[in-house]
Design a protein around this ligand. Sequence first.
Ligand code: AMP
Ligand code: TRP
Length: 340
Amino acid sequence: MTSTPDVLSCIQPTADLHVGNYFGAVANWVKLQQTHRCIYGIVDFHAITMPYDPVALRKNTRNMVIDLLACGVDPEKSILFVQSLVPEHCELCWILSSQCSFGDLSRMTQFKDKSQKLQSESGDDYISAGLFFYPVLQAADILAYRASYVPVGKDQEQHLELSRGIARRFNQRFNTDLFPEPKPLFTQTPRIMSLAQPESKMSKSAGPKHYVGLFEEEASIRKKIKSAVTDTGLPAAEETMSPGVANLFEILRACQADIAADQLQTDYQAGQLKYAQLKGAVGDALVALTEPFRRRRQALVGDEAMIDQQIRQLSEQARQIAADTLNRVRKLTGFPKSQP
Ligand code: AMP
Ligand code: TRP
């Protein structure tokens, strides 16, 4: 596929996906492949806007490619690329930066949140200009492929709105309809909560008790679910469900184990649910879901040189589309042609 895709989404190369990432993002990516032409990116240029380690970044990027392939992102159906292997993103980012105001960027709440967090956690006053510029690069990620739909979480709504504004301003300024205004796709995805602290979102940063890794071994998955926080004693029939129990039900339903979930819910309503039973069912469902992922991942890891070669090949397809967009952009904006 070298025509523009319908759907584009990107993820930062963090270490090892957890089941929250899977249900909240990756599962949706895999599903969208059945109905749309999709392009998915691993945005390693974005990852350097916060303090980072270069060796870990390269490793995480490679791992993220493997993880996404293992989860079912299918290079026969979709394009998968690594952002830093498509240099057109940076070129477009620079050109778009003049179609985006300083004031607009100053209003981005993610910048405010992340910079405050950096200051309070490390006591460091150093906030990179890259972190401030991050949303322009995100707009370039999307507009380089002229994608119409962008599946993202609600936290990205403001960045998407900014991308739409940049597309609109560019089209008006250069009297073109080159860029469609990208629309967010807020599909219903569950928000999976921490196992140890079910009031907060499942995330890796809180520590290993809080999450289940997508490629964890069976015994470890079961052990973590067994230790998940519920509440003390049997629930009374009318009481509202505690966040820990509700989260276990959420995971069970996300795994599409609806028959088991319905039965256990009936038991819960009758005040007869044993949490060990619920945890057993959740463990079974997660092991069944992730077993093929672990198997596929095993088959993919090992030969790093071969994987890197494959990543370059996959990214080359993306580059063809992005380069075509850039040629048109250069023509519209007054730059010499870079290709004959
Ligand atoms: P992050 O690395 O936290 O930015 O997450 C990458 C993707 O996974 C984003 O699309 C998030 O919305 C999604 N995600 C992360 N944590 C969770 C969670 N606990 N439940 C659902 N989705 C999540
Ligand atoms: N900012 C997004 C996030 O943190 C990641 C991202 C970068 C992205 N570029 C994108 C998402 C383009 C969608 C489209 O989740």
